[in-house]
Design a protein around this ligand. Structure first.
Ligand code: SF4
Length: 265
């Protein structure tokens, strides 16, 4: 039976099969729970009253069902449009489906989540290309793995998995996993136009880039502010050439320094 509850725990499953088996088990035992926004879509999860957390854990353990993790659902979920996440893959994708295999509260900020997702496929060959386009990334060839940030989220991409820290909630974490998967696949598709880099780069910050932009907030690049442009430049979501004022003669030095900083010829 499903119910409304104040203090709740979220239970997350790596596969739909484990999720549906858990739902069936709880229904058969008469344990109250509430499903996530869309029970048939990723990420598979439900909420149970905090007072029944131990009982739910025990039942799942007894049934040998796989659980990615559980955490206190601090924000009261509000009714919303179901979030639709595609987990479909194209034939030429280097990374195909994703599954959350671990989720827990962040150590540093208990209102945020950290999670790990496994991919089917292997991105090892794509990492040097990703390193070449993500100017803010720190690449460790010996891993290999690549670390960078997206907003407040810290992301580490390994050949067959991705770790996300400081996600806002489960949906945000899952959206980030899919964003990474799409980024790797798009980068791999464009590899003929990218010079791969296995260099371990000293991390450039958005503020450092911002310091060398014209800082007029003229919006010619399509961003509201120069700082927003700097952040997107670091993430590989903007092109250096979109800042038209940098082409002006009096900004020539700034342009040279930025090109050097970003590794652009
Ligand atoms: S075009 Fe350049 S100067 Fe204008 S807002 Fe964008 S980054 Fe700033």
């Amino acid at each position: 039976m499903e119910c409304e509850a104040q203090a709740e725990w979220a239970f997350v499953f790596p596969t739909q099969a484990d999720f549906l088996a858990a739902v069936h088990l709880l229904q058969s035992k008469g344990v109250h729970f509430r499903r996530g926004a869309d029970p048939n879509a990723y990420p598979f999860h439900f909420f149970a009253p905090a007072g029944r957390k131990s009982e739910v854990c025990y039942l799942l353990l007894q049934a040998k069902l796989l659980l990615s993790g559980n955490y206190e659902a601090r924000k009261t979920p509000t009714p919303q449009e179901p979030l639709v996440f595609s987990n479909a893959a194209a034939p030429d994708d280097i990374l195909r489906n994703a599954a959350i295999v671990y989720v827990a509260e962040c150590f540093a900020d208990e209102t945020k989540l950290r999670l790990m997702a496994n991919f089917s496929g292997n991105a090892k060959e794509a990492l040097p290309y990703l390193n070449a386009i993500l100017r803010s990334a720190t690449y460790t060839p010996g891993g290999p793995y690549l670390t960078f940030s997206k907003g407040q989220r810290m992301i580490t991409v390994y050949p067959e998995k991705v770790a996300v820290a400081k996600a806002d909630d489960l949906e945000d974490g899952w959206a980030t996993v899919n964003w990474v998967r799409d980024l790797v696949n798009d980068t791999w598709r464009r590899r003929a136009t990218i010079t791969p880099s296995a260099q371990r780069r000293v991390r450039t910050t958005a503020l450092e880039i911002f310091g060398w932009l014209p800082r007029t907030n003229c919006r010619q690049c399509g961003e509201m502010t120069c700082l927003a442009f700097a952040v997107k430049l670091l993430m590989g979501e903007q092109s250096f050439s979109r800042c038209l004022p940098l082409r002006e003669r009096n900004n020539a030095r700034k342009k040279d320094v930025l090109a050097e900083m970003l590794g652009i010829e």
